[in-house]
Design a protein. Structure first.
Length: 268
């Protein structure tokens, strides 16, 4: 899979997407990096620690988040995208579900559109992704956690997202899938999505697992956001064992080390 100027061996490797939230209210790191110097310093540190992609978000998507205008989101993310691309040779992802924001981000140099609604919220997001020949990450999501058969329904929902991408002209080699841990799911369903994330492999596309510091970990371990690293690492190992090609995380160094260790064990 090609993202920006880099080829990713999604059949044999697990890569790290590092999270850079330039928001005042994200659940884990809100307000930490919404100034340019801090954002660039954090991006540099993540790259040094082993991040392969930098995922930049300008609107929190935590439960109960405040929806902001396209204009405000664009104003938050585009300068940071431009700065990261000018300072570092790393693929950049834009974390948005809005077509106007995606287009502005791609114009600013983003290489991948990471859409929490899997192109179902705004068809323009799919259209501009195709027009800019960008990669995309389509995440599973629902307004309510109501399913007939959870895993079967998740796969069916993902097929719908892929169909939207294809209709817009996005080819398979530009698509990865995310089971959407923490979105439209109960606590038990989140655990099931992690443990059985490999059901998405039948769709023949790379899988990204995004669990970092999320509530499913906090609820399992009864820990606050800033103490969920070990829980996240456990999900990264499970993701590797289930064939995930990418993990989206906050704590780069720890995840990079556990990926290298797990890979060494699995290669013997």
């Amino acid at each position: 899979m090609r993202i920006g100027n880099r080829e990713f061996d999604t059949k044999n490797e697990t890569y790290i997407m590092g999270i850079l939230n330039v928001t005042p209210d994200s659940f884990s790191d809100g307000g930490k990096f919404n100034h340019m110097d801090a954002a660039l310093a954090h991006a540099e540190q993540m790259i040094r620690d082993g991040a392969d992609i930098i995922d930049i978000g300008g609107e929190s998507t935590r439960p109960g988040h405040t929806v902001i205008s396209d204009e405000e989101e664009i104003a938050r993310v585009t300068p940071v995208i431009e700065a990261v691309k000018s300072h570092f040779d790393v693929p950049v992802s834009i974390d948005t579900y809005k077509g106007n924001v995606a287009e502005a981000a791609l114009q600013a140099g983003a290489d991948l559109v990471n859409d929490i609604w899997g192109f179902k919220f705004d068809y323009k997001t799919a259209e501009v992704t195709a027009r800019y020949h960008a990669a995309c990450c389509l995440m599973h999501n629902r307004n309510e956690a109501i399913y007939q058969n959870f895993l079967e329904d998740m796969v069916a929902d993902m097929k719908e997202c892929i169909a939207i991408a294809h209709k817009a002209g996005v080819p398979d080699d530009k698509i990865m899938l995310d089971p959407g841990v923490g979105f439209g799911k109960t606590y038990e369903q989140n655990l099931e999505a992690i443990n059985h994330v490999d059901v998405l492999q039948e769709l023949g596309l790379p899988i990204l697992l995004g669990t970092s510091r999320k509530s499913v970990i906090g609820n399992t371990l009864d820990l606050p956001v800033d103490q969920r690293v070990e829980g996240t690492l456990a999900t990264t190992v499970i993701g590797m064992l289930r064939g995930c090609s990418f993990v989206r995380v906050h704590d780069i160094k720890e995840n990079h080390r556990i990926i290298q260790m797990t890979k060494a064990i699995l290669s013997c």
